[in-house]
Design a protein around this ligand. Structure first.
Ligand SMILES: Nc1ncnc2c1ncn2[C@@H]1O[C@H](COP(=O)(O)OP(=O)(O)OP(=O)(O)O)[C@@H](O)[C@H]1O
Ligand SMILES: [Mg+2]
Length: 291
């Protein structure tokens, strides 16, 4: 009964655990957290000193007993304990103004396509440990496609290319599922070195072409007609859309507000339970119990 009581006053949250930034979406409010995925810890007391922007400002300036760490690598939890603390910090922050002392939100969290069951279970466990009453995991490109209002449930091929800080994902979606996909770790670095950028762009083009090659012709025809949609921070790289369009001979457009497409999708899915049920991944915890 108390569980439901707390749940009633909790804000359901959409969560995008990015390699560089963590984003949280809350219904009626929009994006309430968009902060670096960085945590500063006191190794003497094992306590969190700062998270997000504040922690980033400490990077490179810490004394011996304080360390800053990034708990996500390529969109996957690399340090479980720190990730759990970070998620809890952001969830609590969202509920700071509320009357509930123990937030028990439903959480929809995006995960990269290239994730093992063990890694997916870690995401679910971390979200439950942070206080979630329900956790739903969704593939990041699916979340992004839903976030930018592409017709993910229709029998029509949609190609979404997500260029993030740690991972670039190319996915073809149709009938509520990812049909074909490719994922790469060589990303657009913060370096402005021309060759480095050119190499990254070439890798993205090759990955799009490789995905097209394994995609059924009916869906390829749809993609040619409807074009490719770019999301993620790297989508803002100047000229990427035009270069990709020319190389793939397919129209390309950058989604509006491309960096928040994934988190908007996770948040919107909470308002569409039937779509969520259709597109979410099975719980890795459940499989663990059964198997
Ligand atoms: N204007 C820009 N031009 C080129 N690249 C940009 C621009 N703005 C942001 N980026 C790149 O976008 C990346 C951050 O993208 P994003 O916030 O989508 O990553 P993330 O979600 O944290 O990581 P991931 O999804 O890979 O785990 C950074 O690597 C940054 O270099
Ligand atoms: Mg991302």
């Amino acid at each position: 009964m108390f569980k439901n009581f707390f749940k009633q006053f909790s804000k359901d949250v959409g969560l995008d655990l990015g390699s560089s930034h963590t984003r949280v979406y809350v219904r009626d409010k929009g994006i309430v957290v968009d902060e670096p995925s960085i945590v500063a810890l006191n190794s003497k007391t094992d306590q969190i000193i700062a998270v997000g922007h504040t922690a980033r400002d400490m990077v490179g300036k810490t004394p011996g007993h304080i360390s800053t760490s990034r708990p996500l690598l390529r969109g996957i939890i690399s340090d479980y304990e720190v990730a759990e603390k970070m998620i809890k910090y952001f969830i609590d922050k969202v509920h700071e103004d509320g009357i509930n002392l123990v937030p028990r939100p439903r959480i929809v969290v995006a995960a990269p396509l290239e994730i093992t069951e063990v890694e997916r279970k870690a995401v679910e466990d971390a979200a439950y440990a942070a206080g979630a009453s329900e956790v739903h995991v969704i593939e990041a490109p699916m979340a992004a496609a839903f976030g930018v209002r592409l017709p993910v449930e229709d029998a029509v091929g949609t190609m979404i290319v997500g260029v993030g800080a740690g991972v670039t994902e190319v996915a073809v979606i149709s009938l509520g599922g990812v049909v074909t996909w490719r994922s790469i770790q060589v990303m657009i670095s913060d370096s402005h070195v021309r060759e480095a950028i050119q190499r990254s762009v070439k890798t993205i083009i090759d990955t799009v072409k490789a995905t097209i090659e394994v995609t059924p012709p009916e869906l390829v025809a749809d993609i040619h007609e409807r074009g490719i949609v770019l999301v993620g921070g790297g989508a803002q790289l100047r000229g990427l859309d035009r270069t990709l369009a020319r190389a793939a001979e397919i129209p390309v457009r950058v989604a509006d507000d491309p960096t928040t497409a994934v988190v908007r999708g996770t948040g919107l899915l909470l308002e569409h339970p039937s779509v969520l049920a259709e597109v979410e991944l099975p719980s890795a915890r459940l499989q663990d119990k059964v198997g």
